[in-house]
Ligand binder design. Structure first.
Ligand SMILES: [Zn+2]
Length: 485
């Protein structure tokens, strides 16, 4: 029988606020274990939480970007559970009245725009981290670090809209780009800023009813999400084909071994005994707040991509590369606004990105050295054919480490490019008039004659023109003669 997979994702986005969700402890990563803690995030008696406005603001901006409905009065809830990494023995989250509901993330899958619908986005706090078990003599011990306990998280839950693991990978790639674009999270899956659980069931192709679902936890890379889901689809398919039934369960995917392990049988919502958090007031997101959040939203990545494509006539590939990061798209536009959009795209995508990779720089470092205005002055010279290909690359390389624009750099390095296109054109026309034989041969199909003509122009210029440039101009001139003939 043919089966169809039905997959929903639950993503946790760690926000990059300075402080934790309900106390003033730093939310930074990498501090000495258990140094960023206080009575509130340790759940000591009598300590009272206070919600972090910056975290809620980030949730509102994400909700607006996704087209979610923002609830004007949402409620924090206590989710009771008893793992050692949760010092309070409960997590403050949102339950039946979350901050954001509905909305969708537009994602290109195989060149086609899909809108993957969401159920909700809500605000909560992270747990601590446990490291276990370790051997100490004859005892086995676990270590706990509560620095992460209370760090702000958003939980984003999709409808069961995915049919293939690759769609989930595409969704996460776009979600990661969005949270970085909005500046609300670093979005590194490998560092746990973006974590993903998936629930998955199989049903006979064409059926409406859902099968029994399992949940895969802690998928910590996009590749891991796809491979974990593929493994689970295969596992369920084999069980169903042998006439078995799927048990509801929570599984852990081990990326190193590409294997699934049953972690625990699934909890149900009632196991958590949710109730409204008595220590926090109802969260009011009034019109003024929403208005201000809307005003602070940047142009969204998909809108930016559509605009770059139409405004600068860029192909889909260029658009995808340039809008991968907001500061890159912004830098590109700074370079392209005055000149040739495709030329700027070629240089930014290939040369600028290559230098960043080679030198391990962030774009900010590049931008400090070569601001877009400087880059566009350089590109204008390239567009005017004043710098033939190899020389343009050489000047570009000098620009990285030296000050000055093109004329200054050429002078400093003792390179003479005498003759702009305007100066060379009369020379070229004269050579063409004086050499009707070779011109006729070239137009007749003997491309090799071009070399002779280049030589003549070089001689006329006293050897000071750049051969590549002469060649390009000559070829253009000859083509226009051909057009007229
Ligand atoms: Zn604290």
């Amino acid at each position: 029988m043919a089966y169809e997979a039905v997959i929903g994702l639950e993503c946790h986005i760690q926000l990059n606020t300075r402080s934790k969700m309900f106390c003033g402890c730093p939310a930074e990563f990498g501090a000495e274990p258990n140094s960023n803690v206080c009575p509130v995030c340790l759940g000591l008696p009598g300590a009272l939480p206070r919600a972090n406005r910056a975290a809620i603001d980030a949730a509102i901006r994400l909700g607006l970007a996704l087209g979610s409905e923002i609830r004007r009065a949402s409620v924090f809830a206590r989710k009771n559970y008893f793992y050692p990494d949760m010092p309070k023995n409960y997590q403050i989250t949102q339950y039946d009245r979350p901050l954001c509901e509905g909305g969708a993330l537009p994602v290109l899958v195989d060149g086609e725009e899909r809108r993957f619908e969401l159920i909700r986005v809500h605000v909560e706090e992270d747990t601590g981290k446990s490291f276990h078990p370790e051997r100490h003599g004859d005892r086995r011990i676990s270590r706990l670090d509560f620095n992460r306990a209370g760090v702000p998280l958003l939980e984003l839950v999709t409808r069961p809209v995915f049919r293939k693991p690759v769609e989930c990978g595409a969704f996460l790639t776009v979600l990661r780009r969005l949270v970085r674009w909005l500046g609300i999270s670093e979005g590194e899956m490998e560092k746990g800023h973006l974590r993903c659980d998936a629930n998955i069931s199989l049903r006979a192709a064409g059926a409406d009813a859902f099968g029994t679902k399992t949940e895969i936890k802690n998928l910590n890379s996009i590749r891991g999400v796809e491979r974990g889901l593929e493994a689970e689809i295969e596992r369920q398919r084999v069980v169903l084909e042998q006439g078995g039934t799927i048990e509801q369960a929570t599984l852990l995917y081990d990326a190193d071994r590409d294997a699934l392990a049953v972690m625990r049988s699934k909890e149900y919502a009632h196991d958590y005994r949710y109730f409204p958090e008595p220590d926090l007031p109802v969260l009011i997101a009034g019109e003024a707040w929403l208005e201000s959040a809307r005003a602070r939203l940047p142009e969204l990545p998909w809108a930016c991509a559509a605009r770059l494509a139409s405004q600068y006539g860029l192909p889909a590939y260029d658009v995808a590369v340039l809008t991968d990061q907001r500061d890159l798209a912004d830098y590109y536009e700074g370079c392209a606004r005055q000149g040739d959009g495709k030329l700027a795209s070629n240089w930014v995508m290939t040369e600028v990105l290559r230098v960043l990779k080679e030198r391990g720089w962030a774009l900010a470092e590049w931008r400090r050295r070569v601001p877009p205005e400087r880059m566009s002055r350089f590109l204008a010279r390239v567009a005017a054919k004043e710098l033939p290909g190899p020389l343009a690359k050489q000047v570009f390389a000098w620009m990285i480490d030296e000050p000055g624009d093109v004329p200054e750099l050429l002078e400093r390095h003792g390179v003479q490019v005498r003759g702009s296109a305007e100066e060379l054109r009369p020379l070229i026309r004269r050579v063409l008039e004086e050499n009707p034989g070779p011109v006729g041969q070239y137009l007749g199909g003997r491309a090799a004659t071009l070399g002779f003509l280049v030589g003549q122009v070089m001689k006329e210029s006293g050897g000071q023109a750049v051969p590549q440039m002469v060649q390009e101009l000559l070829r253009a001139e000859l083509e226009s003669l051909r057009g007229r003939a």
